[in-house]
Design a protein around this ligand. Sequence first.
Ligand code: SF4
Length: 266
Amino acid sequence: MTAQPHMLTMPLAEPALSQAEIDALNVRFADCTAQEILAWGLETYGDRLVIASSFGAEDVVLIDMAAGISRDARIFTLDTGRLHQETYDVMDAVRTKYGISVEVMSPDTVTLQELIRAKGPNSFYASVDNRRECCNVRKMQPLRRALGTADAWVTGLRREQSVTRTDVQFVEIDDSNGGIVKLNPLAAWSEDDVWGYIRDNDVPYNKLHDQGFPSIGCAPCTRAVEPGEDVRAGRWWWEEPELKECGLHPGYFRDLAAAAEAAAQN
Ligand code: SF4
């Protein structure tokens, strides 16, 4: 698809959407392709829309789509400083293939120095509080900085990723991040859809996916999973599931715990 940079010069819509408008958009988007939903976001919000990417499978699909719609699409990533080499490799591959820049959000230097000086480089294994503190410094603070420049953000969340994500909508209001719009163009996609798109379009992807890593985060906090294990089982595997929360998508692990409790009661 030919790049259409003029799209980003279109007048911006009022960012704040009412619930009625959200509901109407979700009905409309049920008949749209993921590309059409993403194009709507780019046209509506221009450079006030950011695409979040950790370079997982869904993220590289979104990058490929966005590059086909507008070379000016803003893509950001949270470089925690603890990522796998394979993640940096796919970041480079994406930059080369699409000729795009990636807004790399790093932790605040002074805050990170103080954390490591006080608690060492691997404090996250010692307690949940320590792990959340590290995620806050390395992920949440940079995320807030990135979203502070946006009226809308795009994620690769899919309903099929977990029984607790079955209610992911194409468009949502993100109350956890200042009430900006959250766009999930792949909400209705299956895992086969994702990998079919990657194969058909020769999209660069993280080679850790070939080594049993369905979900990829920081190197010291991510491991491969066995066949049949939950896709998130390889993240913070030493913690109880209900405590696994880094804050990027609040509610996921809380919902997981609630679902487990409900299942136990049935
Ligand atoms: S995933 Fe692990 S290393 Fe990465 S920010 Fe969270 S605690 Fe720190």
